[in-house]
Write a protein that binds this ligand. Structure first.
Ligand code: SF4
Length: 279
């Protein structure tokens, strides 16, 4: 099964061809949803603020987390997919507060926190029996929460991330969707889990993936750096990650005089020529 998660932007200005890029931080709700998704589901992620959505790419289900300020754009995106016969599920603050409005644009609407109902939504989608509403009541225990930030790989986000320490709010600002949806309650994650996430486990796993990629790709022999960058990009690994992975992967680079292109190779299998500074 293929799941496409999309983070909608707030829309486009009239006459503007490109997308509005007001924010470029990683959208944590998308990573949270990906983390809740079983590994046998193939997950694709697109950030509508930064990239073009490939509406014609094959997928079995589209999921959008919707705020009130992104609702209009989310409806446009949903309509594109539904016109192609792809079911769309929406959740988040806006669907929790306005489920009937959202239901006009979605095949399924999740109200409340996703954790309790997401496995059921996926199972129903897998069997072609999505229901219109999935209502999660009560509060979710945040222990064991594992956002999957691998969906952000290869995208140019600011080098700053969000870590969810708690969810909801005890205050009662009457204009605020947070306290309305959560009825002035707040749940919190265990401190050790927050610290583990903040310490960069995800970053290490990204480096691990780059390391594995280099070892596997260069096992067959040396390769031009430009070709490696292209292959890594296709695999969702950024150029900077690839460069950092050179050392743990045991990769060196040389500049052959007769070709003039930087070539990377595994240290134990590569040529013994004198090295020049890495590119
Ligand atoms: S109720 Fe909303 S606006 Fe007020 S403090 Fe809590 S999160 Fe902030």
């Amino acid at each position: 099964m293929k799941l496409t998660i999309i983070h909608p932007c707030i829309g486009r200005r009239r006459g503007e061809r490109g997308y509005v890029r007001t924010w470029q931080m990683e959208p944590l709700p998308a990573a949270t949803l990906a983390g809740l998704t079983p590994r046998d589901v193939e997950v694709k992620f697109y950030d509508d603020r930064m990239e073009t959505i490939p509406f014609d790419e094959a997928t079995d289900l589209v999921a959008l987390s919707v705020e009130t300020y992104t609702a209009k754009r989310a409806y446009q995106i949903a309509s594109e997919y539904r016109r192609r016969g792809v079911p769309v599920v929406m959740g988040g603050f806006h669907p929790s507060l306005c489920p009937d409005e959202v239901a006009r644009y979605a095949d399924a609407v999740v109200t409340g926190e996703a954790e309790a109902v997401w496995p059921l939504v996926l199972d129903d989608a897998r069997h072609g029996r999505l229901e219109k509403f999935y209502r999660s009541t009560g509060r979710t225990d945040l222990r064991g929460l594992r956002p999957d930030r691998s969906i952000f790989r290869g995208k140019r986000y600011l080098p700053i991330g969000l870590v969810e320490a708690g969810r909801g709010c005890h205050f009662k600002c009457d204009f605020c969707a947070v306290q309305t949806v959560f009825s002035q309650t707040q749940t919190r994650r265990p401190a050790d889990e927050i610290l583990a996430e903040e310490s960069g486990e995800c970053e290490r796993s990204e480096l691990d993936e780059g390391t594995e990629f280099l070892r596997a790709t260069l096992a067959e022999g040396p390769m031009a750096s430009n070709e490696l960058y292209e292959r890594a990009k296709a695999a969702g690994i950024s150029r900077s990650t690839l460069k950092r992975a050179k050392k743990p992967a045991g990769v060196e680079a040389r500049l052959p005089e007769f070709q003039g292109k930087w070539t990377w190779f595994l240290r134990q299998s590569g040529p013994k020529e004198p090295e020049k500074p890495n590119p």
